[in-house]
Design a protein around this ligand. Structure first.
Ligand code: FSO
Ligand code: SF4
Length: 547
């Protein structure tokens, strides 16, 4: 195996024996094969589309789900990855047949020529990994595009689950995947593809924002309970709000409570979910602390998306974890997708919860959130006055992901040591590094404004653009906003590319720069976009805030 797609890549270069995330060698290789097949599907679908043939939506959904299932710590189940490969080959061959009928000439590439019998999967998988591209700069740009597409696919899938589809996003995902197979593209052309991926990322996040807010209302300022009640309960993790809705509806009146975990915390901010009395609040912290927190939760846990940490051998919670959507883990129960027009069936996990003890309290109190664009704009006058009067010196965007590395203590320290006239804008699970600190407020405006999940970074971009308009500035970079973003997996990659495509400069990305950036590609990002990484808290506060 060779995988370098996330921030925890071994030795800062790539995992080669086993993933730091827990992904084993064989599953990693199988994911490479799934991407290989998905690229083949995308090449034929793109050629057919260019010839005016309409591509059925099940092809779009296959591509998005395949990409999503290869995101860091989403799926550890080799069998479910293998099933996707088999399905992909069938779809590819049907598309090839259609191309033949339309007299469309197909390129002679391995992704289309390989027959794909199951007995050859293991051997074939060894030959189709990222190192197949020998040129490190070309590899870097292609992988940067693919990781952006994986993040985008996640957001497109969530929007789709709420009935919001944009054919153009599917077209782009497949087109861009197909482009990564071309051998004739220069580094400049691939850089343009990376940025185009970023602008489609903005569209994907805007679509998901529309899907979430029109389905569940605009997030509003909310005090979220972090303590527990004395009823059996289900813990729901991940990002999928449709699952949240259906789980709340199906648990109502059953005596089973519902708590959010990690990236699902922002579900507490939506008016449509607040009406449920058995929706208690949030339990625990960011994804990487789940081994301890799932033990003490006592009840079943539902993963609607990443981030799964494989349990230790003796973990007591092993038989009470469920996956759904693109996620999977060997031995865990998988709740099947909803059939058209029907809701998902959560009866098994609800029955399971009834047999369990109530959660053990690990924290007590409340945290504040709900500052997506609509809520912040409702406070616009107050915010603008505070900036004009100098009460707010700077906004610091500290969105993104949390992770296990010790070096991430930097973010807690950075937040604590920020001058008291600075406000943190956050989204994603990075917030758990500072959202329980007593940072206070500035004239009633909390010093940590949480917009929501990582995809709600879109809200932060909208807020920036609205402030730019309100202050009459020509360039978004003239705003008193600095960016000190933490990343872990590929959804953070699409957020980064989206910000770059909006013209945001001087983003600090940490705790380390991606292993998949070759020195030359990193240089381009530094020279053209002022991308940097973190140093010490004091130095960075000096550079970003005081200078
Ligand atoms: Fe965090 Fe995980 Fe949302 Fe990522 S929970 S790390 S950026 O999934 O997707 O923020
Ligand atoms: Fe390693 Fe990250 Fe890939 Fe997992 S996803 S194998 S930790 S680089």
């Amino acid at each position: 195996m060779f995988c370098f797609q996330c921030q925890e890549a071994a030795k800062g270069t790539g995992c080669t024996i086993k993933g730091v995330c827990g992904k084993d060698d064989e599953t990693a290789n199988r994911m490479d094969l799934l991407l290989f097949v998905t690229k083949g599907v995308s090449v034929v679908a793109t050629l057919l589309r260019n010839a005016g043939v309409e591509i059925p939506s099940h092809i779009d959904h296959f591509v998005v789900d395949a990409l999503f299932s290869t995101i860091t710590n989403a799926n550890f189940d080799i069998e479910s990855i293998t099933k996707r490969i088999v399905e992909g080959i069938t779809l590819r061959d049907r598309l090839k047949e259609e191309a033949r009928k339309q007299a469309i000439e197909l390129p002679v590439i391995d992704e289309l020529v390989w027959i794909g019998d199951e007995s050859s999967f293991e051997g074939k998988a060894l030959t189709v990994g990222v190192l197949r591209e020998a040129n490190p700069d070309i590899r870097s740009l292609k992988e940067l595009t693919i990781y952006g597409l994986k993040g985008m696919a996640a957001y497109v899938e969530h929007a789709g689950n709420l009935g919001f589809e944009d054919k153009d996003l599917h077209r782009f995902i497949q087109y861009a995947l197909a482009e990564t197979l071309r051998k004739d593209l220069s580094a400049e052309q691939l850089t343009a593809l990376v940025l185009e991926t970023g602008s489609y990322g903005v569209k994907a996040m805007a679509l998901l924002d529309k899907a979430n807010t029109s389905s569940y209302g605009n997030p509003e300022i909310t005090q979220v309970n972090i303590g527990v009640r004395n009823n059996p309960a289900i813990l729901i993790s991940g990002h999928d709000l449709k699952d949240m809705e259906e789980l709340l509806a199906q648990t109502e009146g059953t005596g089973v409570d519902v708590y959010t975990h990690s990236e699902m915390l922002p579900a507490n901010y939506y008016p449509a979910f607040k009406k449920y009395k058995h929706f208690v609040g949030n339990y625990g912290n960011a994804w990487w602390q789940q081994r301890e927190e799932f033990e003490s939760f006592n009840g079943p846990i539902l993963f609607t998306t990443n981030c799964i940490v494989p349990p230790l051998e003796g973990a007591s919670y092993k038989d009470r974890v469920y996956t759904t959507n693109s996620t999977g883990f060997p031995g865990w129960k998988h709740i099947p997708s909803r059939e058209d027009g029907k809701t998902k069936d959560f009866s098994e996990i609800i029955a399971h919860a009834k047999r369990c003890a109530a959660p053990k309290e690990i924290e007590h109190g409340q945290i504040t959130g709900g500052f997506a664009h609509n809520q912040v704009m409702a406070l616009a006058d107050k915010v603008i006055d505070a900036v004009k009067s100098g009460a707010i010196r700077k906004f610091v965007v500290m969105a993104g992901c949390d992770g296990r590395m010790k070096s991430r203590n930097y973010y807690t320290e950075f937040a604590s040591e920020l001058p008291s006239d600075c406000v943190i804008l956050t989204a994603g699970c990075a917030k758990y590094r500072y959202n329980k600190l007593p940072l206070g407020d500035i004239g009633g405006i909390p010093r940590v404004l949480d917009a929501g999940q990582c995809n709600d970074s879109y809200s932060l971009a909208v807020i920036a653009m609205k402030l730019q308009e309100a202050f009459g500035l020509e360039d978004i970079n003239q705003l008193p906003i600095v960016y000190n973003i933490a990343w872990y997996e590929q959804k953070a990659v699409i957020v980064l590319l989206a910000l770059l495509s909006l013209g945001v400069k001087n983003i600090h990305l940490g705790p380390t720069l991606p292993a998949f950036l070759s020195p030359n590609v990193a240089k381009v990002l530094v020279e053209n976009f002022g991308i940097g990484t973190i140093s010490t808290v004091d130095e960075d506060i000096e550079k970003l805030i005081l200078a």
